[in-house]
Design a protein. Sequence first.
Length: 261
Amino acid sequence: MLKIEDLHFSYKDKPVLDGINIDVKQGEIIGIIGPNGCGKTTLLKHINRNLTPAAGCVLLDGTDIKGMKKSAIARHVAVVPQSNEIHFSFTVRDIVTMGRMPFLEKFRGESSEDIKKVEEAMQKTNIIAFADRFINTMSGGERQRVIIARALAQTPSIILMDEPTLHLDISNQFDILDLVKKLSDEDGLTVVIVSHDLPMVVRYCDRIIMLKDQKIFAMGTPEEVLTPENIREIFNVDAVFEKDNRTGQNTVRVFGSCNYK
């Protein structure tokens, strides 16, 4: 349903993506990892056509999104950006309702179906009690839940998440990603997550794409990609992929920088 073919992109004379090829299946959770500046966020911006490739294409259900209207793309692809700063006094309900904009006709308000989708999104993200609060009075973690609810109100088939747990405390990190995993398993939601949190990526992602030097360095299951050798090469740290004996979950244990041996 989502395919990236031979994607190339540069910022002026600086190459950022060089020959990226990815085929994402419906209901799959893909993690994109790599050092700062390797093109992770740039790749996300191509999937919803916020950037135009120098060469190659992004295909949505076989259609090159370059020829699609932004509103048409938004009916399929929702985004949870890295920053959740909102400087205007909108209520939580106002913000979540903005997720319905791709479906609204000009000069007409929300339909009963739109209102239903907004309510469902707030219920799923456990913010219904905050519906009438102003967004600029909320903590960073609370705002992040609102932004995720806005994305869910869009009823997308694909959701792009750029460091989605950055502003959340540990408990909320698990709550949000458990929700995303549930939507993927039960509703077939496809999720692409950019993250630096290796244990979280291992826990929730079906496949991992590791970027380095504008290219895909490794791609496969967490166990295939997150080898000690790959982690050392990409992040310059010593780490091991292992199973947590207490929980039975796979995880990555990081020992420290290779520079301090």
